[in-house]
Design a protein around this ligand. Structure first.
Ligand SMILES: Cc1cc2nc3c(=O)[nH]c(=O)nc-3n(C[C@H](O)[C@H](O)[C@H](O)COP(=O)(O)OP(=O)(O)OC[C@H]3O[C@@H](n4cnc5c(N)ncnc54)[C@H](O)[C@@H]3O)c2cc1C
Length: 498
């Protein structure tokens, strides 16, 4: 990869054709598309570059190395919920589960129903064609049985016994050894995260990456973007004059950059959507060793139409041990039997919409609270997760729902959660990893931030490439859809510059 280094002891002024802010899936795909057109973009990334030899140590080390705010970012609202984001060259793709899903057709149809112009500017056939290219580049294919691991096999068995449709997860890996360390960053370099795929390919075509540099705002004259203002690794000012700026800093950081640049017109920052995730653990008589095998190698797809997407969850020993119940001797006993625990999780297509604004010290403030219908979905998800565990042969299940039995041994008791689980967000331990909608795309200026060609409604030569532009959440893992749409954004930039 072509990494740019600047003298950290002083400020700098640079010139660039196209500047891309953020090097995650959105930034990497947009940069690659721009580089393919010969425009040699400069990608600016707040995080550092991590070679595989520095990755995969343990879950806590990964949180401090790779995750924004050490993994401690929280929404504000009645039930503050952690939202996890990466901060590294490659963005969150470095430490995500590598699960790949195409943009569902019914989601695209919903978008077009709300804004029929998208049918012409973003036709589903085009999204499909670009997604084919993404799948080829990232070697996306189903997890083979040889590296699935027991945790994944148990989910398959549970789903089979309950009659729920299930399948091996398709992932962006090459030569995966099933080390179970995706969310710490693959120490064998087998995940095709952006630093090992799109950014490498873009560099060959002339793209450069400037890491450990924080973009503070977009410079503009009220009519068109002129460049960016940033802070270097050494804390000095950096100003880059550019012909085009593409924001790809994620659905949380991009609206903050827009707002900090004086681009405050609603709905900037409004419309935040997510897939809050819940998980359930189970104790099995035979060892599971949740840290062996593909981190997330099997999924239940039979409830996706309800907005519930179920996956096996692999963790290293450090993170797995934080999920155990009890204190003192009880915790000690559970720790000694850590190898016998399995974990399954569900991502919920929540309908709630929140808001990202600029909070203390310029950081994002994410206001988000679930609707009652989201909580109903969540308790149904917990109930099904527990039933899957029991159907796979778990002795005991730990639903983790406040106000409900801590330990369940019978499916009937697990089913009861679906009716009696509390409809309070504080009753569930959820985590957010998929975010959308804070600079939505649309043809009508009053209700959208960017046009259907990804260009800002009010400012020429400013584009947004990440899932901020998605009109809604998708109900499935978003990375592949983000890659597809960001590729189209990069192509629009290239077309406009031709
Ligand atoms: C633990 C975890 C597991 C996940 N697993 C999956 C999965 O298996 N499959 C899937 O489809 N999705 C998964 N996701 C979600 C997926 O990784 C994200 O949706 C995707 O990475 C978002 O892409 P992005 O480019 O918009 O943002 P990011 O990947 O977050 O990249 C944005 C980048 O911009 C940088 N940046 C932000 N602000 C600035 C600034 N001011 N200046 C400079 N740089 C900045 C950030 O440091 C970051 O590197 C997971 C997420 C998490 C947290």
């Amino acid at each position: 990869m072509h990494i740019v280094t600047l003298d950290p002891s002083k400020g700098h002024e640079l010139e660039a054709g196209v500047v891309v802010v953020g090097s995650g899936p959105a930034g990497a795909a947009a940069a690659f598309a721009v580089a393919q057109a010969g425009l040699a973009p400069l990608v600016i990334e707040e995080g550092a570059l991590f070679e595989p030899s520095r990755l995969g140590q343990d879950g806590f080390r990964a949180l401090s190395q790779l995750y924004r705010d050490l993994g401690g970012s929280l929404t504000s609202g009645p039930a503050p919920t952690p939202f996890l984001q990466g901060r590294a060259v490659g963005g969150t793709s470095v430490m995500n589960g590598a699960i790949s899903w195409r943009l569902p057709k019914h989601v695209h149809e919903e978008w077009c129903r709300d804004d029929p112009s998208l049918e012409g500017s973003l036709p589903f056939d085009l999204v499909e064609t670009v997604t084919d290219e993404v799948e080829t580049r990232l070697n996306i294919r189903p997890t083979p049985p040889g590296i699935a691991g027991r945790n994944n096999e148990l989910l398959a068995q549970g789903a089979q016994n309950l009659g729920l449709e299930h399948r091996p997860i398709s992932r962006n890996v090459r030569g995966c050894e099933g080390r179970g360390q995706c969310i710490e960053g693959c120490p064998a370099g087998r995940k095709l995260s952006m630093d090992r795929s799109y950014l490498e390919a873009a560099s060959v075509l002339g793209a450069r990456v400037l890491p450990e540099t924080t973009v503070l705002a977009v410079e503009h004259d009220g009519r068109r973007a002129r460049g960016i203002i940033a802070r270097t690794r050494g804390g000095h000012p950096l100003r880059i004059r550019a012909k085009v700026v593409i924001l790809a800093a994620s659905a949380v950081q991009t609206p903050v950059l827009l707002l900090r640049s004086g681009l405050v017109r609603p709905p900037t920052g409004f419309g935040f959507q997510a897939h809050p995730g819940v998980s359930v653990s189970g104790f099995f008589e035979a060892p599971v060793e949740v840290w062996r095998g593909a981190t997330q190698g099997h999924e239940v797809i039979g409830l996706v139409h309800e907005g519930i997407k179920i996956e096996a969850l692999g963790f290293d020993r450090a993170i797995a041990s934080t999920r155990l119940l009890g204190v003192g001797q009880r915790l000690e006993e559970a720790m000694a039997q850590l190898a016998h625990y399995a974990f399954f999780g569900a991502a919920i297509r929540a309908r709630a919409r929140g808001r990202v604004s600029v909070g203390l010290r310029g950081k994002p403030r994410v206001e988000y609270s679930l609707l009652e219908e989201d909580l109903s979905k969540m308790r149904r998800a917990v109930s099904v997760l527990g039933q899957l565990m029991l159907a796979a042969g778990a002795e005991r299940v730990f639903p983790g729902v406040h106000g409900f039995a801590a330990e369940v041994r019978h499916p009937v008791a697990m089913q009861a959660i679906e009716r009696t689980g509390r409809l309070s967000p504080r009753a569930y331990q959820s985590v957010i990893t998929h975010m959308f909608g804070t600079a939505r795309m649309g043809s009508v200026r009053e209700s959208a931030v960017v046009r259907p060609d990804f260009r800002h409604h009010d400012l020429d030569r400013l584009y947004v490439a990440d899932s901020s532009v998605f009109p809604s959440n998708t109900g499935v893992n978003p990375q592949t859809s983000i890659l597809a749409l960001a590729t189209l954004c990069g192509r629009e930039v290239a077309r406009a510059q031709a």
